[in-house]
Design a protein around this ligand. Structure first.
Ligand code: ADP
Ligand code: ZN
Length: 633
């Protein structure tokens, strides 16, 4: 395959071929435009003359009425004395066809009559002028066309035409090593082999082992996939090519494929190296029409598959790709010998977040009071990019406040900015509203805290945030939890509806504040019924399939209308039951609910510890609940 592809000499330089093509197109268009303009001008200029017959001309000559005559190769243009007497602008020349024969005689005869014959002078002049005129017009039109096509292609409206180079970023040395990537130990371990291979391919080929040509980094946005790929290049000390999958996607068929080809050719020149394709789902989308494929995409994908099969892995090219939507990738990409290794890049756990914070605060001056562990605990669910952003925001805040070092408060405030939007200082809630928000949030928190399986709460606040929430209860997810039982999910449901339950129990009203909770609860209940087989009536049937686990996790119903109706009914029943149970729980702990809510109203923000102090004080005989900050991970 390898040899075949290089047979066609033109293929060696696809990036040169394309711009030349577009110059040709521009040239042709320019010539056509000039021809058009010339013929239009001719038509216009002809109409400035009066067409006459040769007899008219002879009559005028014999009558001695001619003033000037210009004998051209194809016609005679002449001005009668009558016309010549008029002001130049109003003069109208006549023309007539030229009969074959010796024009010299005619010219001499006219000259003898005293008529100005300017045949020679005019012809010379007009020839040069004509050339200048055409060349000038050509240059102007050509330049204009170039400008237009450039503009179009840089706008990306038409992509191709002028500029066809893929935006490949090549770094000779990334300067990033595994030290710069915090956590992600499993991913690093899987990548270690690739690094070793790049260092010493001989070792592997000697034994006859085939090396992986590619690995797929799968994980949510911002978890450090690009960073890891760069670190692999850095550790192996090889060049790093990176391109985004969306760069391959073009309107013109064949452009994407030629970009793929050119990328691999460039890489082959500097092998060993790493090729990193970000967002590979943009090009590697399944050819199955369910996900909306098209010819151009298919062609690009086929080229990519061909290149991956084609390159000689003993040369040391490793192709890494990143995606957060592995399920839409074409199965052919994931076949053995292609991106058969899947490396999961997870959201970091507590230790991972702490390490990430440490990495990013390495170059930042920290005050004495900074406790990164506390920040790591508070940021459950945040990805590396969030934490990097958080640290930077904190540093900016320190500068704004004219301080020399970042202190804990900077970090905490920027945490809220990054994770929850900035505090909205000017949202003024009435006292009643504030009470309701407080009870609502404590409702969530208490249900969570009172349920045995529940995740402990890390923070409750009733300070409104720009994200639109009037307050929130931040749960600290138990990490490293990959399986959840039906009971645990029900607890989650009760926690979600706990806010509304508290409003009902205490005030007997329903507020709009619970809308987000209700949406999330409904989505969860629907998953339980339609996907996890947790409803008795549905049994093990899954009438829905999951769209994307790493993005929105939407599900798509894939069943008859009756089944869909049944699912809806089950979801409603599940939600109703959980809601009643949550209400019951809060009613039986009403005094605790009041106490904590009052405390929250006074303090506006309370921590999980403070909440647990209340809970534990209320019921000493209950099983001791895990203190949130120490045992969650
Ligand atoms: P992805 O490619 O997964 O969307 P990136 O690799 O582009 O994410 O990460 C964005 C930024 O987030 C990185 O430049 C880095 O500053 C930070 N980051 C992400 N994960 C980590 C990590 N594990 N350790 C250190 N920094 C990280
Ligand atoms: Zn709520």
């Amino acid at each position: 395959m390898e040899q075949n592809r290089n047979k066609n000499p033109q293929d060696n330089n696809p990036e040169d071929k394309r711009p030349k093509n577009s110059i040709w197109i521009t040239l042709i268009v320019t010539v056509v435009i000039i021809l058009l303009i010339t013929s239009v001008l001719n038509a216009v200029s002809s109409s400035q003359y009066t067409a006459t017959t040769f007899s008219d001309f002879l009559d005028a000559k014999n009558a001695g009425q001619l003033a000037e005559v210009e004998i051209r190769t194809d016609r005679i243009v002449y001005l009668t004395k009558e016309e010549a007497a008029k002001p130049a602008a109003q003069q109208k020349a006549c023309f007539t066809g030229l009969p074959l024969g010796n024009t010299m005689d005619l010219a001499e005869e006219l000259h003898a009559q005293g008529v100005t014959v300017n045949e020679q002078i005019v012809e010379d002049n007009s020839f040069i002028i004509m050339i200048l005129y055409y060349v000038g017009m050509f240059v102007i039109i050509f330049l204009m066309m170039r400008m237009v096509t450039k503009r179009i292609s840089s706008d990306g409206m038409m992509g191709g035409f002028g500029n066809n180079k893929a935006k490949v970023y090549m770094e000779k040395q990334t300067g990033v090593t595994f030290k710069d990537v915090a956590g992600q130990d499993e991913a690093k371990e899987s990548l270690q082999e690739i690094i070793d291979f790049l260092h010493n391919p001989q070792k592997y080929t000697d034994i006859g082992a085939k090396l992986p040509k590619g690995a797929l980094l799968v994980g949510s946005p911002g978890t450090g996939k690009t960073l890891l790929a760069k670190a692999v290049a850095g550790e192996a000390n090889v060049p790093f090519f990176s391109i985004s999958g969306s760069d391959f996607v073009e309107m013109f068929v064949g452009v994407g494929a030629s970009r793929v080809r050119s990328l691999f050719q460039q890489a082959a020149k500097v092998a060993p190296c790493i090729i990193f394709i970000d967002e590979i789902d943009a090009v590697g989308r399944s050819r199955d029409s369910r996900f909306g494929g098209n010819t151009e995409n298919e062609q690009t994908l086929n080229q990519l598959l061909g290149e991956i099969d084609g390159f000689d892995s003993t040369k040391g090219i490793v192709c890494l790709a990143a995606t957060n939507r592995p399920e839409i990738l074409d199965k052919a990409l994931l076949r053995p010998g292609r991106f058969d290794r899947r490396i999961i890049v997870d959201r970091p756990n507590l230790q991972g977040r702490l390490d990430t914070l440490k990495v990013h605060t390495r170059k930042i001056k920290l005050a004495e009071d900074v406790d990164l562990r506390k920040i790591a605990q508070a940021t459950a669910g945040a990805v590396g990019a969030d934490l990097a952003n958080l640290v930077n925001e904190a540093a900016l805040r320190a500068v704004r406040n004219n301080r020399q070092a970042v202190n804990q408060e900077d970090l905490l405030v920027s945490f809220e900015t990054v994770i929850a939007g900035t505090e909205k200082k000017n949202t003024v809630l009435t006292d009643t509203e504030k009470r309701m928000v407080a009870y609502h949030e404590v409702g969530h928190a208490l249900v969570a805290a009172l349920e045995k399986h529940s995740q402990p709460v890390s923070k409750i606040t009733i300070v409104p945030h720009t994200s639109g929430s009037l307050g929130y209860t931040m749960q600290m997810p138990e990490e490293e939890k990959y399986l959840q039982t039906a009971d645990e999910l029900k607890v989650e449901l009760r926690t979600l509806v706990g806010g509304r339950a508290a409003e009902q129990v205490v005030f007997g009203v329903k507020t709009t504040g619970a809308s987000n909770d209700i949406q999330r609860a409904t989505a969860l209940a629907r998953n339980m019924v339609a996907q996890y087989g947790m409803s008795d009536e549905m049994g093990l049937m899954a009438p829905a399939s999951q769209g994307n686990q790493y993005l929105d996790g939407q599900i798509y119903m894939d069943c008859s209308q009756e089944t869909a109706a049944l699912v809806d009914k089950q979801v409603k029943e599940l939600l109703d039951t959980c809601y009643q149970e949550a209400k019951q729980l809060l009613i039986s702990h009403r005094s605790l609910l009041d106490e904590v809510s009052e405390y929250l109203l006074a303090k506006e923000t309370i921590t999980g510890d403070e909440l647990m102090a209340y809970v534990n004080a209320e019921n000493k005989t209950a099983e001791p609940l895990p203190a949130p900050e120490e045992t969650t991970e």
